[in-house]
Design a protein around this ligand. Structure first.
Ligand code: AMP
Ligand code: MN
Ligand code: MN
Ligand code: MN
Length: 291
């Protein structure tokens, strides 16, 4: 009997706020017996090539991905949208990611100022120590706050200072979700709503995203409670959306072991994603032939 194959389609590396290098991420996936992973760094695709090369060496499939942010339902809220099989060499796509990362830097200085104004003695050097390859985010701040002993762990850093509406919070430069979805589609990617239960995305909001071309939702996620998955699955069926899933692994954070591979996601999820990609390619061909 053939062994069941599992995948993890949501993984961060040290190109954004993860800890693993792309090579280490693939090695770890191999170690825990995964058949395929997707590298989905925030506003960054720099780690994909290294992961693919290592994946080819050890026979592990690496799907190019990205995780982008967009304006959410409320004033300061945001949602995240994953893009699978994006053309990570498309110049316009790369230019926009570069802009997002520049805006992240500007925001980081604003957050640092807020922390200093609150009386915390923390410098840019304390934070940059944790930023390895460019896409700076709040998790880097959280780690610095733990190291400086202002909080016990990263969760507390978000609860006290960095979370939405907390005293050091600064909203990111975010596009409207429709624009982000169209941007992913233009870069030949499959747009998938990330961890919708974390943001308590309403059906009305989801309908807006579907209208803009959303293709799937992340059903399986480390922070999704099992008892709520059926509601999500029903929505996915209703709006004809693909199911995806991933751990949202950021490597080892504090003394917690990496989440990669902890949720059992069947390879059949990836088969459906691939089928969708083929259909998209077919449609693009038709458009090209008409021109
Ligand atoms: P940013 O992209 O700078 O807005 O930071 C968001 C990132 O912080 C997420 O992708 C997570 O990696 C991390 N994070 C960890 N805990 C939390 C939390 N409680 N709330 C929001 N983000 C969190
Ligand atoms: Mn993250
Ligand atoms: Mn996210
Ligand atoms: Mn993520």
């Amino acid at each position: 009997m053939e062994k069941k194959k599992y995948i993890d389609l949501h993984i961060h590396t040290n190109y954004s706020d993860g800890v693993f290098t792309p090579v280490e991420a693939v090695n770890y996936a191999y170690k825990v017996g995964l058949a395929a992973i997707s590298i989905t760094d925030h506003d960054m695709v720099g780690g994909i090539k290294e992961a693919i090369v290592r994946g080819n060496e050890c026979g592990l499939e690496v799907i190019p991905g990205v995780e982008l942010s967009a304006k959410g339902q409320g004033e300061q809220e945001e949602i995240h949208i994953l893009g699978y099989y994006i053309n990570w060499e498309n110049q316009d796509f790369l230019d926009k990611l570069c802009l997002f990362r520049e805006k992240r830097k500007e925001r980081a200085y604003k957050m640092l100022k807020k922390l200093n104004d609150l009386g915390l003695k923390i410098t840019s050097r304390d934070i940059l120590k944790f930023v390895e390859k460019g896409s700076i985010g709040r998790l880097h701040f959280a780690k610095a706050l733990v190291e400086k002993k202002y909080v016990q762990n990263t969760k507390k850093a978000f609860d006290r200072y960095l979370g939405c509406g907390k005293p050091a919070y600064v909203a990111k430069y975010n596009w409207q979700p429709e624009k982000v979805i169209k941007f992913i589609l233009k870069a030949e990617g499959i747009p998938v709503l990330a961890h919708p239960l974390c943001e308590r995305v309403s059906e009305e909001f989801l309908r807006r995203l579907v209208g803009a071309g959303l293709a799937g939702i992340e059903i399986y996620h480390s922070r999704h409670e099992d008892r709520k998955l059926d509601i999500l699955k029903k929505l996915a069926f209703k709006y004809n959306l693909l199911f995806t899933g991933g751990s949202d692994c950021h490597g080892r954070v504090g003394n917690r072991y990496p989440l990669m591979g902890t949720i059992k996601i069947s390879y059949s999820v990836l088969d459906k994603l691939k089928k969708y990609k083929k259909i998209m390619e077919g449609k693009n061909e038709q458009v090209k032939n008409k021109c």
